[in-house]
Design a protein. Sequence first.
Length: 503
Amino acid sequence: MFLTISTTGTHERPATDLGFLLHKHPDKAQTFSTSHGTAHVLYPEASAERCTAALLLEIDPVALVRRGKGKGKGKGRGGAPDAALAQYVNDRPYAASSLLAVALSTVFKSALRGVCAARPERAAEPLPLRIEVPAVAARGGAELVRALFGPLGWTTVDVRPVVLDETFPAWGDSRYVQLVLEGELRLVDALRQLYVLLPVLDDAKHYWVAPDEVEKLLRAGDGWLAGHPERQLITNRYLNRRWSLTREATERLELVRLAEADDIGVEAIDNAVDDPAPDDEESGKAEKTEKAVSLADQRREAILTALRAAGAGSVLDLGCGQGQLVQALLKDVRFSKVVGVDVSVRALTVAARRLKTERMSERQAERVALIQGSLTYTDKRLKGYDAAVLSEVIEHLDLPRLPALEYAVFGTARPATVVVTTPNVEYNVRWETLPAGHVRHRDHRFEWTRAEFRAWADAVAARHGYAVRYVPVGPDDPEVGPPTQMAVFTIAATDTKKEEKAA
């Protein structure tokens, strides 16, 4: 298998900076061991004007079979019926596939993370790139290759089918293509696209697809997969059609897509009509004029008050978005550990920037963590905390998904205190700018009356052994109630004794 990455430059910004970005010196030919062969990295050309890095992967087909990984090519869709022969006579040593994708992640590990201490500005900016793969297994043909790479910013997607036999043109084209990509992209984006799409085109993987492949897909697809028109096909093929994993990845990508559309975390979108003024650090530095405290600020203060009253030391902000609540929690030394959780990588990046995590003291850094996760799936990382907050989260989920969130938070993570806030739909008539019958944000799947919210919260508390009380947030209108309704769940005393006894 063979792949080349080329770029151009000038004497001021030399093309050989590619060596820094790939963490491979242009003057050296390097060799790396992979699980199924040997990878070589070399530079056929390296000058200030043009630089090309080549990755050559030598597969040991016998070792592949002995490890039990080569059987699928003989029995899979369109494979040869003679599995014993197909194990040894196949395209694995020649056509780009998941084997090459794994080699990319092994050899260019730092480049796939976008890390380059020597040239950070070059890693962050688009480069004129040309990527060539002489043989790509493409189950779906040239049209599928164009459909996959075309929406990703490449100015040229040159796909040329490889004929079965030049001597017998009547036999037609094989399922292999020559691929050339040209355009201005960040190197990290180009590598991540190849890492995901090469096995997708081959429509087979040489290893068992475990649940952690979902995380790998989301990491490599950050910034481009959620909005891709062929997202479902990519997800399905990448996960080898494992239905449960595909469903999980699809749901999380949909949340990411909605988050990216709003440029913030879906699970922590402040109501659009609640808080029109920007709520960030820069605006806080500006000279403040006399005005009412925003509903977002009132909401955060109500949450902090409830957490202090509960005596919580460790707190989960579930659906932390851009980190406003995490930032407020860190200002109070009573909260010894604060963890922000969000499905959107972009939102977590913004939160890290807001919190200045890179410049935190070691002691302060130990108090905070930002992790990616979906709240509709159980997550062992969320266990053992004193309190959890779901601020303006539940209304962004489809009603059929609420039981999954309920089980993940109240049934499995099970913090001693859970604080939930959500809009009060009855108050919407007081918003002059909100048309009648409209929800406060276009991503809200529902907005509850006070009675509906209490019915849900009472049922959750009864099912999971919590007591619940209700707190109005914002002006409490005598006719329609407050703009935000808040429920504070605490594990009932009898349940606490049962859990202590069980432990």
